[in-house]
Design a protein around this ligand. Structure first.
Ligand code: NAP
Ligand code: COA
Length: 274
């Protein structure tokens, strides 16, 4: 298929863009012609991602930094801006997750996930503002169904991602006058990802999760990337403050799935963790 979107001359910054879904997003923008910057903690992952992105697109840069540290995030964004110019699309997708009941996690365990997912998203969006193209930039926060679907063993992620979607909505209101759009993309269960390895670690659990999706399959990272290519483009010029599930209908929950698939999946997960 021909490339439906062109990002020639664009600069795309992906926080957490060195593996999984976010790397898939970074790769899609590189293929569409963008210069891509990625940021994550591990220098080795950053180097590997940059090497791949340079094969696909015009140029790429990488920064080893923790989204929990505002000054480090700001320095990375400043350097990326010096290198590739104003940021046209900012993706904030760094996240941490582990399944644990509330009573099985310490206050620091809860805080760790909130700090990475929620404070990290604030840091990325707040620090990027001065480097975003105004008007015209598109900010895309990577959320999760946990933001609106309560899930056992996920109190930390549910709280953090609900907050991420509120950053999206308030950001859309506050940044709208500068011509900056802010939206959330909500991936469903995506194949071959760290997230699903942690939440559905066995074949049996993966099958239960897949059976609970109305489209009866896991998603691909390219399908999340396609939504981001659209959201970053002029085709989505009047879309802001939206929380957009790209999840095969998964977040509809029990009303759309046959039987009580979703519930069964999480009871099974909870038993597996016990
Ligand atoms: P992943 O491969 O583990 O990606 C997480 C990325 O964030 C990595 O590049 C990681 O690199 C980086 N990261 C983690 N902590 C960081 C920190 N403190 N500072 C900077 N970077 C950090 O996970 P994934 O499963 O593809 O998930 C990607 C996104 O999709 C997440 O936002 C997740 O919540 C969302 N999501 C995933 C699924 C799914 O099915 N997998 C479903 C719904 C939503 P380093 O280790 O180098 O820091
Ligand atoms: N159950 C309960 N608590 C857990 C846990 C688990 N499975 N895993 C970690 N924790 C706790 C730790 O015990 C610690 O709490 P404590 O200080 O009270 O003992 C706290 O969480 C922080 O752990 P630490 O390993 O120091 O955090 P970190 O900042 O190095 O790593 C994580 C963050 C834990 C989220 C780590 O899994 C990570 O880096 N994840 C990134 C990749 C990922 O999660 N991908 C999926 C995205 S959907």
């Amino acid at each position: 298929m021909t490339q439906p979107f062109s990002y020639a001359d664009a600069h795309v910054f992906v926080a957490g863009g060195t593996s999984g879904i976010n790397l898939g997003i970074a790769q899609a923008f590189a293929r569409a012609g963008a210069k891509v910057s990625v940021l994550s903690r591990s220098q080795a992952k950053v180097d590997a991602a940059v090497a791949q992105l340079r094969e696909l697109g015009p140029d790429a840069a990488g920064f080893a930094a923790d989204v929990r540290e505002y000054a480090a995030v700001e320095a990375a964004l400043r350097e990326a801006h010096e290198r590739f110019g104003k940021i046209d699309v900012l993706v904030s997708g760094a996240a941490g997750n582990f399944p644990a009941p509330a009573l099985g996690m310490s206050a620091n365990a809860f805080k760790t996930v909130v700090d990475i997912d929620l404070l990290g998203t604030f840091n990325v969006v707040r620090a990027a503002f001065e480097f975003l193209r105004q008007p015209g930039a598109s900010v895309i926060n990577i959320s999760a169904p946990q933001a609106f679907q309560p899930m056992e063993l996920q109190m930390h992620v549910c709280a953090a991602k609900a907050g991420v979607d509120m950053i999206t909505r308030v950001g859309a209101i506050e940044f709208g006058p500068a011509g900056i759009r802010v939206n959330s993309v909500v991936p469903g269960p995506i194949a071959h990802t760290e997230g699903m390895k942690r939440l559905a670690p066995t074949k049996e659990l993966a099958q239960i999760v897949s059976d609970s999706v109305p489209l009866r399959r896991f998603g691909e990272d390219s399908e999340i990337a396609d939504a981001c290519l659209w959201l970053g483009s002029k085709m989505a010029a009047y879309v802001t403050g939206a929380v957009i599930p790209v999840d095969g209908g998964w977040s509809l929950g029990g009303t759309a799935v046959s039987g009580d698939g979703l519930k069964k999946a999480f009871i099974a997960m909870s038993k597996a963790q016990a």
